[in-house]
Design a protein around this ligand. Structure first.
Ligand SMILES: [Zn+2]
Length: 344
């Protein structure tokens, strides 16, 4: 449980007051008693820039981080030399342009959004929808696959999703109002699966937790020619139980303990790869678009020559992942402590 912290903890030790040696010796009982310490750690890590929805996973009981207001379209935006944001303030999709075509990541809620926001966005940004060679679905929830069948039928990209999530989608095969139908089953992503298109290879990792087959990956990008590596954690909202169970009636999560293992592993992979930024499949997580002046799209629009990209910052990336880890541990501890009522 503490492996990732031992790797990253050194960098944030000054901030949080972690004691690694003592932490490693903690008993399960002490872990349970200290869930509020994890909440406190997360708040410290959030400082004054990763607050708000980033901390919603540290609420007991957990609350949804998603806005409940009517979705607002984000302006289609070029974020890096080869990466584009196409989404709303609730759910994200991304277009990644290689030398041999486009890898589209996620497909929004339904065909109408896919057509209006993704394809409409491509056209505004000068991207050719016929160049969409692959559509990667980060996990099998309908706010990510809802537009996929439309894109599949219209532009014929190959579809990739984690194998267990294809199985899950096939089992659920229903549609909520406002969400599109599942796409026809195509390619399975297995752990370590490599997708090469033109000059780019992306390695995908199965990170079960939010769903059984959630996919996460590290995305190489350049900012005005300078290379960076973005971490993309494919599942955000935390399970509500320790063991595999039902986060919501229509989907199956893998529980907090497996989520935690996946998160620790992916933090380590990001550390080994040298990740220095992050994006997400919900814009309130990575603050890409909050429909306000404080989001990254707004900051990017005001960026001056020589300013760093708002999406890049190694310490911010580390704090972001550590907040997720702390809130995950806090939820585990809260459940182990018998879900006491706490004032927040
Ligand atoms: Zn989901």
């Amino acid at each position: 449980m503490l492996r990732a912290r031992m790797i990253l903890g050194i960098g944030v030790l000054w901030l949080t007051g972690f004691s690694i040696g003592a932490g490693a010796q903690q008993t399960a009982a002490r872990e349970a008693a200290s869930f509020q310490d994890h909440v406190a750690n997360a708040k410290l890590l959030a400082a004054n820039d990763l607050t708000g929805r980033n901390l919603s996973d540290c609420t007991m009981p957990p609350v949804s981080a998603a806005p409940t207001t009517k979705p607002v379209d984000a302006p289609p935006t070029k974020v890096f030399d080869q990466l584009y944001y196409l989404g709303t303030d609730i759910v994200a999709s991304w277009a990644y342009v290689t030398s041999a075509g486009i890898i589209q990541i996620d497909s929004l809620d339904n065909p109408e959004e896919a057509q209006r926001i993704i394809i409409g966005g491509y056209k505004k940004l000068g991207l050719d929808p016929a160049q969409m060679k692959y559509l990667v679905l980060t996990h099998g929830h309908d706010d990510h696959y809802g537009g996929a069948k439309y894109l599949q039928d219209t532009y014929h990209p190959r579809l990739l999703m984690g194998k267990p999530d294809w199985d899950m989608v096939g089992r659920l095969h229903d549609s909520r109002p406002g969400f599109g139908p599942p796409p026809a089953r195509d390619t399975d992503i297995t752990d370590g699966y490599k997708l090469t298109l033109g000059d780019t290879t992306i390695t995908f990792y199965l990170t079960p937790g939010h769903t059984p087959g959630t996919v996460s990956f590290l995305l190489p990008v350049t900012d005005k020619g300078r290379p960076h590596l973005l971490s993309f954690w494919g599942g955000s909202a935390l399970p509500r139980t320790l063991e595999p169970g039902a986060f919501e009636a229509r989907a199956t999560d893998m529980g907090l303990l497996i989520y935690m293992q996946s998160l620790e592993r992916f933090i380590k992979l990001g550390e080994d790869g040298g990740a220095d930024g992050f994006i997400a499949n919900h814009p309130y997580r990575d603050q890409t678009f909050l429909n306000s002046k404080d989001d990254k799209i707004s900051k990017n629009a005001m960026r001056k020559q020589g300013d760093p990209s708002p999406w890049i910052g190694r310490s911010t990336y580390i704090r972001y992942m550590m907040i997720a880890l702390e809130c995950n541990e806090a939820q585990i501890g809260w459940i182990q402590a018998g879900k006491p009522k706490i004032s927040q």
